[in-house]
Write a protein that binds this ligand. Structure first.
Ligand code: MN
Length: 254
């Protein structure tokens, strides 16, 4: 039987992981390991300087799940390190995230970095995100879950290269126009610094959701902005290969 490990960064009780876990049950045996609370934008965090509680819980339909009081990557890592007797799964699926993870979002994204953690252990992984920050009900994730089933169905039968994951984004639309192979586009952020107290010793980072450069053809932000789901292969080698030659003539002497 196909073994599918489901995780996320919005927390084990988020609507998106429920929709994803339920959909994945069409394709195999589903096991859920996810953060106990919302860990969005926690990046590829590994908890090394705190103790990490592990608890059994259930999804909203009573399906068993394991809640990790740590990061998304911790959830995958701890499953791999021995909490889950059945490791390795055939695939790790992460999401469905509340909000897109496109362009430069991916190193912030716990959804994507949970998948990257799986890739570090040599396990196939896919991240799914819905470009809708107001998706608070499992029904809002129905179309994204349908897309996830189609993607995972094919991916289960194909190898992925080492250190490579797939990053899938789904637009806020009743029926996607299709799936587009896309490269990472450019995000535009609108972060704002807001002082919390009068002496300005405490702040919040807030602001509207990011937009993107929507007119560059072939990118994730381009595809999703036009009603297509996007699929982007992501590699953990973040070397700027195109800059290596120029950097070589800097003549840094040490
Ligand atoms: Mn999230």
């Amino acid at each position: 039987m196909t073994k599918i490990l489901v995780t996320n960064d919005d927390g084990v009780h988020a609507p998106g992981i429920f929709a994803l876990a339920q959909a994945m049950r069409q394709l195999g045996d589903v096991t859920v390991f996810a953060p106990a609370t919302n860990q969005s934008a926690s990046g590829h965090k590994k908890t090394l300087f705190a103790e990490i509680p592990v608890a059994q819980t259930t999804l909203r339909d009573g399906y068993p799940a394991t809640a990790i009081t740590g990061s998304p990557a911790d959830s995958v890592s701890m499953a791999a390190l021995g909490i889950w007797q059945d490791w390795p799964p055939d695939i790790v699926v992460s999401g469905i995230n509340r909000g897109g993870n496109m362009g430069q979002d991916i190193t912030y994204s716990g959804t994507v970095t949970a998948a990257l953690e799986a890739a570090l252990t040599g396990v196939k992984a896919i991240a799914f995100s819905l470009d809708n920050m107001e998706a608070n009900d499992p029904a809002d994730y129905a179309e994204a879950a349908r897309v996830a089933v189609e993607v995972v169905k094919v991916a289960l039968a194909r190898p992925l290269p080492p250190l490579t994951i797939l990053n899938v984004n789904i637009p806020k639309i009743d029926r996607v126009k299709g799936l587009r192979l896309a490269r990472q586009g450019v995000r535009i952020y609108f972060d704002e610094l807001v002082p919390v107290n009068d002496d300005k010793s405490v702040y919040r980072i807030t602001g509207p959701a990011p937009s993107g450069v929507y007119d560059t053809v072939g990118t994730d932000v381009w595809a999703v902005h036009r009603g297509y789901a996007s699929i982007t292969p992501i590699h953990l080698d973040m070397t700027a290969h195109q800059f290596m030659a120029e950097l070589s003539v800097w003549d840094i002497e040490v």
